[in-house]
Design a protein around this ligand. Structure first.
Ligand code: G6Q
Length: 551
């Protein structure tokens, strides 16, 4: 057994779970008129209602004990202060410095990182303004109308999600596109709809070695050269990277390289130069508002007591279900169509960060770490997987996110959207008792035999937990707050689980594997160096491809 699973705080929670599980949330609400007040909190106009969870004040106290036991307060300071907490890569984790206001200083190895941060932000401001106002133009003198970001994973998911989320703030004159997949369909679909003369390509890659990105970038470069000639490359390509040598080798002029640093993790890089597509789409002032929102969440995270600390509370509730209720998945359900890519973004943020089983002390953990994260925008998901949420055998917990005001005040749509959101959380919590189902069926005029046949299927167990996050409007500032909220939630969980949230050896492994296989897929001979299944798959591919080519 690990230290964690026989620590006093863990054992106390285990014992407490057996007691609290005897009560339903329905009864907890019936017995306590103040439940919402006790289990909700607000940071500016971002409200977290966590009262629809299987917890009481004792649970919260025991969970915060767990956080104290893990020395969470110290770990928070270690991150903000630039300690090399990403131990397996020997790196600091300072995405919070990227959103620190002008005038701050953040020291790393005795050197202030802020002058570099401000320099790149200034470069982003100048460039994005000049592209937006038409000072910077394409090779033939035409203003840019389309920006194609070529990047994958952390160099795509964040800016893609944010450009969708903040589309109401986006320029109609400068459309944002994202190409990430090595499947040629992705790049060719984009190239088919843009005009070389008016398209700016952003090659976004921290390492500038990622197979997908470099291959797609070369394809785009060849397309530009074919349409406009070699000399057009300098005007139509910019790079976002930490690898200045590789960007130079690709042929990108140093003035068109936006630098960031190894202390910015890929999935935490939206705040860095990787955010350039966002700045181009919504303008640098709006991008700065996003940074300010994230900074507001940083301040809250660093200073609020754990029981009033939004990321800490959300993390502890997640731990509660992951480790004490054996829940294995968590849904992200935004009731805002603009946030439709938020679940995909959070899949990477959380599963790449905390999908680990080796702890910081080189021990295999004997407790669950990150759950599977998934989701879809409401109400679309309601017409698909919510069936499992309401009546499936495994408990799914969920975060519902919704704005009070829509960017599109159109008919009754927004009222209906929010009515659906609130109704779902209520139904998950209350369920439907056999008596309630029976009353409904009687009212529909069913006879006793028909009711008896249907009643078990019309009954809902309820007691299914959810959090609800409400905010006034999905603006850049609020999006910044939301992203930072989840980043810090992830960090808190990693601290309690004693894992490093900032490396990604599984992702690196994938990069290595495919590169090794590429030459084999060109082989004229049978392949035999792998396991039986992999050999057979490759050989089947080789023979079918030969047959197709010869037909
Ligand atoms: C993020 C991961 C991963 C990474 C991509 C792209 O934290 O490390 O998703 O962002 O593999 O890497 P590059 O930016 O180096 O191309």
């Amino acid at each position: 057994m690990s230290k964690l699973t026989h620590s006093p705080a863990w054992m106390a929670l285990k014992k407490h779970k057996t007691i609290i599980s005897k009560q339903s949330m329905r009864s907890m609400f019936n017995e306590d008129a103040q439940r919402f007040e006790k289990f909700s909190l607000q940071v500016e106009n971002l409200l977290l209602d966590y009262s629809k969870n299987i917890l009481d004040t004792e649970t919260r106290a025991l969970l915060t004990d767990l956080a104290h036991q893990a020395n969470l307060g110290e770990w928070i300071e270690r991150m903000f202060n630039g300690e090399r907490i990403n131990s397996t890569e020997n790196r600091a984790v300072l995405h919070t410095a990227l959103r620190a206001p002008a005038g701050s200083s953040v020291m790393l190895d005795g050197k202030d990182v802020m002058p570099g941060v401000m320099r790149v932000k200034e470069q982003m401001r100048r460039y994005s303004e000049e592209v937006r106002n038409g000072t910077v133009r394409g090779h033939t003198g035409k203003a840019f109308t389309d920006v194609v970001n070529i990047g994958v994973g952390g160099s795509s998911l964040g800016p893609y999600m944010a450009c969708e989320a903040l589309h109401p703030y986006g320029s109609e004159k400068l459309r944002a596109h994202f190409v990430s997949n090595i499947d040629a369909v992705d790049i060719t679909e984009r190239l088919n709809v843009v005009n070389a003369e008016t398209t700016l390509f952003i090659v976004s890659s921290k390492t500038f070695t990622t197979q997908e990105t470099i291959t797609n970038a070369h394809a785009a470069r060849a397309w530009v050269v074919e349409k406009l000639g070699e000399s057009a490359v300098a005007k139509h390509f910019v790079a976002l990277s930490t690898n200045l040598e590789a960007t130079a080798k690709f042929g990108i002029h140093p003035d068109n390289v936006f630098e960031f640093w190894d202390w910015v993790g890929g999935r935490y890089s939206i705040w860095s130069a990787v955010g350039l597509p966002i700045a181009l789409h919504i303008g640098m002032d709006n991008f700065e508002k996003m940074l300010a929102g994230a900074h507001a969440m940083d301040k809250h995270f660093r200073s609020a007591p754990f029981e009033r600390n939004m990321p800490v509370i959300m993390a502890l509730i997640d731990i509660w279900y992951t480790n004490f209720f054996d829940a294995c998945s968590h849904a992200i359900l935004p009731y805002d169509h603009c946030l439709r890519r938020f679940p995909a973004y959070l899949q990477q943020l959380t599963m790449e960060s905390n999908g680990k089983s080796m702890d910081r002390d080189q021990h295999l953990v004997d407790y669950a770490t990150n759950r599977v994260i998934w989701g879809e925008a409401g109400t679309n998901g309601q017409h698909s997987f919510y069936q499992l949420i309401h009546q499936g055998t495994r408990a799914v917990t969920a975060d519902f996110l919704a704005p009070i005001m829509s960017h599109v005040p159109f008919g009754e749509h927004h009222v209906m959207l929010l009515a659906n959101c609130f109704a779902q959380t209520e139904a998950m919590m209350l369920g439907k008792t056999p008596e309630e189902a029976r009353t409904e069926l009687l009212a529909q005029g069913l006879d006793e035999a028909a009711i008896a046949a249907l009643l078990p299927y019309k009954t809902f167990p309820g007691n299914r937990p959810s959090n609800t996050l409400l905010f006034d409007k999905l603006d850049p500032y609020k999006l910044g707050m939301l992203i930072a909220l989840y980043e810090h939630k992830v960090y808190v969980q990693s601290v309690v689980w004693n894992i490093n949230a900032f490396d990604q050896w599984g992702v690196e492994y994938g990069k290595q594997l495919a590169n090794r296989l590429i030459p084999e897929l060109h082989s004229a001979k049978q392949i035999s160096q792998h396991d039986g299944s992999t050999n057979a798959l490759i050989n089947h591919y080789l023979s079918r491809r030969r047959a197709q080519q010869n037909s």
